[in-house]
Write a protein that binds this ligand. Structure first.
Ligand SMILES: [Zn+2]
Length: 152
């Protein structure tokens, strides 16, 4: 009897829009992202990367265990892992795996070229030579796109 009552309340609960925690749970997400949602630190399950490539939109995710391009991942932000950043509540954003990987590839390349004191023109030319995927909606790296990718 008691059991049936609790099932009924679950069914009623599921008629509400799913919370971030419920959405992440349904996607099979654990770890830091689940912890953030559980602590009320993620309110919106969407790709938070500056550039999102998902043709289904920022709110679409494949289940985490699928580990596809559109699976949810925890991005080290603002402090990169290569700079000692950790996946702590103050250093995580939610992103699609592909959006996260692309962001990381640019940052790694652009950071090292900035350190060599190359100009944005030179960096854009090098990224085009290396055929590094461009930011969304463009097909070539320009000095402005390099700056935008770096500062966003
Ligand atoms: Zn995305």
């Amino acid at each position: 009897m008691h059991h049936e009552a609790s099932q009924a309340s679950q069914i009623r609960a599921s008629a509400k829009p799913a919370s971030a925690l419920e959405q992440l749970g349904a996607l099979g997400v654990g770890g830091i992202l689940w912890q953030l949602a559980n602590d009320g630190q993620i309110v919106d399950v969407r790709c938070e990367m500056p550039q999102c490539y998902c043709f289904r939109g920022r709110r679409y995710f494949d289940p985490a265990p699928a580990w596809s391009d559109w699976s949810p991942t925890a991005d080290h932000h603002p402090r990169l892992k290569m700079h000692g950043g950790q996946l702590t509540p103050d250093n995580v954003r939610l992103g699609h795996k592909l959006c996260n990987n692309r962001d990381f590839i640019w940052r790694q390349k652009i950071n090292s070229m900035l350190a060599k004191r190359m100009s944005l023109d030179e960096i854009a030319a090098r990224l085009n030579e290396q055929q590094v995927p461009t930011i969304h909606g463009t097909n070539r790296w320009t000095p402005a796109a390099v700056r935008k990718a770096f500062v966003s």
